[in-house]
Design a protein around this ligand. Structure first.
Ligand code: PMP
Length: 346
């Protein structure tokens, strides 16, 4: 008795192979300061885990509102932005969903789970939105997801192109998971318009394990999505720890993000110097690149050298492509050394 619409879905898989250097999940590579972690855990110790968490996650919402610089009433929190992507697919519109590809796989999965038709439109040769091809599906869709910067290509789509699709009557969701590394946002539109939402997450700035995603939009839309939010979707432990970290570690997060941006630029430069490697400029905390060899082979050879990155060559337009997260300087050096060794061997 399996729902026919879900028959072709496969479980979402991430890389779990154990390697000395793991650059596969776009997390922040630096640990938060020890004294802050220590105090956050002490507060966990005082948390009554016998009790349900605050269903509104009030204190955390205040901290996040201040951190992002938006009013609390314009925010809804999710168990990672993944959960929020589900909610959006269920609440906003009822026609097909436009998904420019290659992109983050959860948009497709959530669209199918919501029983809607996905319209996957390939990006153009510069990995920007193809407005011509998008026109073909205009009558069929009323919702679109844009990762901004896009994962795994790392670029920002052109704002004008996103706006032009919205002008055609499509509700737009701008997923700014990597905002801190690009510093370009649609928040002003999301705070004013009933046809725009912005997604953020704490996952890429040092708190992936806490699972906290943030949806930003006008009150009217937030209220609608609130109707289907699961009552206790943010655990008590996540609420306490994230609230404390945001109150104490803002400067550290900024410093760590700047360091990653610096390392991203260094990695781009050094990778471009390796013969046969084509690097795509990134505005996120990862880099997409292409080699002359099959990506699954490069991926496996790197694992033998104790380096884990992501093979993204199964995605449209990404033949022979892999994605590497920007890590700590010493891990990036290790990756560069092993990439040179592997490519020479093949
Ligand atoms: N959006 C994009 C574009 C992502 O790349 C990711 C994580 N890989 C997410 C959302 C999911 O973030 P979260 O950890 O908040 O669920």
């Amino acid at each position: 008795m399996i729902n026919k619409k879900l028959e072709d879905l496969t479980p979402y898989k991430t890389e779990t192979t154990r390697c000395r250097v793991r650059l596969s999940s776009n997390e922040l590579p630096f640990e938060l300061p020890e004294d802050i972690i220590y105090e956050a855990l002490r507060q966990v110790d005082e948390t009554k885990i016998r009790l349900y968490p605050d269903p509104e996650a009030k204190r955390l919402k205040e901290a996040i509102a201040e951190f992002i610089g938006v009013p609390e009433e314009n925010i809804l929190l999710g168990n990672g932005s993944d959960e929020l992507i589900y909610y959006i697919s269920l609440v906003i519109g009822d026609k097909g969903v436009l998904i420019p590809v290659p992109t983050f796989p959860m948009y497709l999965i959530s669209t199918k789970v919501a029983g809607r038709n996905p319209f996957e439109v390939p990006l153009d040769s510069r990995f920007d939105i193809d407005t011509e091809k998008s026109k073909d599906v205009m009558g069929e869709v009323d919702l679109a997801f844009f990762a901004y910067p896009n994962n795994p290509t790392g670029n920002l789509f052109s704002r004008e192109k996103i706006n032009s699709l919205r002008e055609k009557g499509i509700f737009i969701v701008v997923d700014e998971a990597y905002y801190d590394y690009a510093k370009d946002t649609f928040i002003n539109e999301a705070l004013r318009r009933e046809d725009t939402l912005v997604l953020r997450t704490l996952s890429k700035i040092g708190m992936a394990g806490l699972r906290i995603g943030v949806l930003i939009g006008v009150k009217e839309i937030i209220r609608e999505i609130e109707k289907i939010r699961l009552p206790f979707n943010i655990s008590a432990i996540s609420q306490v720890v994230a609230t404390y970290i945001l109150s104490r570690a803002k400067d550290y997060i900024r410093y760590a993000v700047d360091k990653v941006i610096e390392e991203r630029e260094r990695l781009e430069r050094e990778m471009s110097c390796i013969e046969g490697v084509e690097v795509f400029r990134s505005k996120a905390n990862f880099i997409l690149f292409r080699t002359p060899f099959p990506a699954d082979v490069v991926h496996k050879e790197l694992i033998k050298e104790n380096v884990l990155i992501r093979d993204v060559s199964y995605m449209p337009l990404l033949t022979r492509c892999l994605r590497v997260s920007v890590g700590k300087p010493e891990d990036n050096d290790f990756f560069l050394e092993k990439l040179r060794v592997v490519l020479k061997r093949l």
